[in-house]
Design a protein around this ligand. Structure first.
Ligand SMILES: Cc1cc2nc3c(=O)[nH]c(=O)nc-3n(C[C@H](O)[C@H](O)[C@H](O)COP(=O)(O)OP(=O)(O)OC[C@H]3O[C@@H](n4cnc5c(N)ncnc54)[C@H](O)[C@@H]3O)c2cc1C
Length: 334
């Protein structure tokens, strides 16, 4: 049976669910092509997992640690961010701890961070977009060739886009579309999302470790870094520590009060100190155990698309590229 493709015309309406880097990248490319786009984000702000916790006198990047740029298209985007001052290279030497010894990381990749916050590149992308924060899309439904969006906060929206783009992690996409789109179940199973427990440790004075940032390849931690070592960070001395992904996943539903002492003890065992104060964050959908290389998924019959890091090798760069690739496919479809 031939597919009836609802061709995207310039005046078509597209709803993007999720204002992480993938959603913002996709929405920006669609908007540049003259398509009317609205972005819906459940949180108070944009950037998703490229996030920074800000509080009185301290700040900490508790999601993405840094990002790399290997693809020429993403390098072009990075050049704009560097020029605009919303990103900078992070030149702190990175260490590795394994076999109970420290050594320098052999990776020669240049690493970048948002400035002054990890969220800054996302804010830069968001500037020219219509974004509705505080809108959790709780269900979507297609009727008469248009979508209906239901939100947890405002109920059914009086807005009927032709297309819906899900720029959200696989389990959250599955929850919204499993009854509508059979393809999502298989994609979700392949992605195998894993969590990550993250702690932000605050100190009254600077502490020293063999490296200001390091991959930890044994025990329950996977990463320790001095947030203040990143460019343009101000405020109290803060270290961020990530638990190893399998350990995090095995303990994902545990009480944070039982997780925190174990992670702090592991940090102290590496030569760190007990913090004066701490905060903990559970990333339920931090990364995919399996890196899918689909790039994106697009269903012209239903007018539904998916983008995000989980479809494109994980990571910040993968998320941005995934959003671009989906947008370009929709823009050029005929
Ligand atoms: C602890 C940690 C460390 C990391 N370290 C690195 C690193 O060093 N380098 C690197 O490149 N990457 C790293 N990453 C991964 C990187 O952060 C992600 O690959 C990237 O930010 C994903 O972007 P995204 O747009 O695909 O998804 P997200 O950033 O997750 O964006 C999805 C957005 O959708 C919103 N949303 C979800 N459901 C709904 C709904 N129903 N309605 C409305 N909005 C919704 C969410 O609030 C979120 O803002 C790390 C991630 C974590 C958690």
């Amino acid at each position: 049976m031939a597919l009836i493709l609802p061709r995207i015309e310039k005046k078509s309406q597209v709803a993007v669910i999720g204002a992480g880097l993938a959603g913002l990248s996709c929405a920006s490319a669609l908007a540049k092509a003259g398509i009317q786009v609205k972005v819906f984000e459940k949180s108070r702000g944009v950037a998703g997992r490229m996030s920074t916790r800000k509080s009185d006198g301290w700040q900490c990047d508790h999601g993405a640690r840094y990002f790399t740029a290997r693809d020429p298209a993403f390098q072009n985007q990075l050049a704009i961010w560097l020029e605009q001052g919303v990103a900078a290279q992070w030149q702190t030497p990175i260490g590795v701890y394994e076999n109970q010894a420290w050594h320098s990381s052999k990776s020669s990749d240049a690493r970048y961070v948002g400035t002054p916050w990890m969220t800054s590149p996302a804010h830069h992308l968001a500037k020219s977009l219509e974004i509705h924060t505080g809108h959790t899309i709780s269900s979507i439904n297609r009727a008469q060739q248009q979508w209906q969006l239901n939100t947890a906060e405002y109920g059914l929206l009086n807005y009927h886009p032709d297309w819906v783009i899900l720029a959200i992690p696989a389990p959250q996409a599955l929850a919204l579309t499993k009854a509508i789109d059979p393809a999502i179940t298989g994609l979700h199973e392949k992605a195998k999302t894993e969590g990550c427990w993250t702690m932000m440790l605050r100190f009254n004075q600077a502490i020293t470790m063999p490296f200001e940032a390091a991959f930890i390849n044994e025990g329950i931690l996977s990463w320790v870094a001095r947030n203040n070592a990143k460019p343009q960070r101000t405020g109290e001395e803060v270290w961020v520590i990530h638990a190893q992904s399998q350990w995090s996943q095995d303990h994902i539903d545990a009480d944070p009060l039982t997780i925190a002492p174990q992670m702090i003890a592991a940090f102290i065992a590496l030569g760190g100190k007990a913090p004066a104060a701490h905060a903990i964050h559970r990333w339920r959908y931090a990364s995919s155990a399996t890196s899918l290389q689909e790039g994106f998924h697009c269903d012209f019959e239903r007018g539904i698309g998916y983008c995000g890091d989980w479809l494109n090798g994980g990571r910040v760069e993968g998320a941005w590229l995934s959003g671009q690739a989906l947008a370009n496919t929709i823009i050029t479809a005929d």
